[in-house]
Design a protein around this ligand. Structure first.
Ligand SMILES: [Zn+2]
Length: 160
């Protein structure tokens, strides 16, 4: 994703996606939708009852008649709960978009972009890109030098 992102400040493509945040909104569920959901769960009720009866009589691992009763009745309770819950759930949280926070390695610019909004206007600044590339190259060389120094120190330590 961040490969195609262009920095609005310098026009470079060395971008890090710092954070992606989801945006949510409350959506009202219409009465018709709630009824449809309740009916969908209601259709599962006979199957739940059959399942409860089968588990009551067939599962041998129940240690008592009470645990068999408790387990099979809870299947029906869950089905009834789903029917009631679907009738009383008037809103739901839905994801409406995402916010991307970006960072440009070349010029240090930070910005964010929200899905569904136009991309920011890009100012191509070859001088900033060049300076950024140069700085990154120096940082890599410094890292390599530090790494080599550390390895040399280790090697010396090992010879002792
Ligand atoms: Zn930049």
């Amino acid at each position: 994703m961040s490969d195609q992102v262009q920095c609005p400040n310098c026009g470079g493509y060395k971008i890090k996606t710092v954070e992606v945040k989801n945006i949510f909104a409350e959506r009202a569920i219409s009465l018709d939708e709630r009824k449809q959901r309740a009916i969908a769960f209601l259709k599962m009720l006979p199957a739940s009852i059959v399942l409860a009866v089968i588990s009551f009589f067939s599962i041998k691992t129940f240690d008592s008649i009470m645990s068999a009763y408790f387990c099979s009745s809870s299947i029906i309770v869950v089905a009834l709960f789903l029917i009631l819950a679907s009738m009383y759930t008037k809103t739901e949280r839905v994801r409406t978009g995402q916010i991307y926070n970006y960072y440009c390695y070349l010029c240090g610019y930070k910005w964010s972009w929200e899905t569904g909004t136009p991309l920011p206007k890009v100012d191509v600044r070859p001088d900033l890109i060049l300076a950024g590339e140069q700085r990154l190259k120096e940082e890599r060389e410094q890292d390599a030098a530090a790494h080599e120094a550390a390895e040399n120190a280790l090697r010396r330590g090992g010879l002792r």
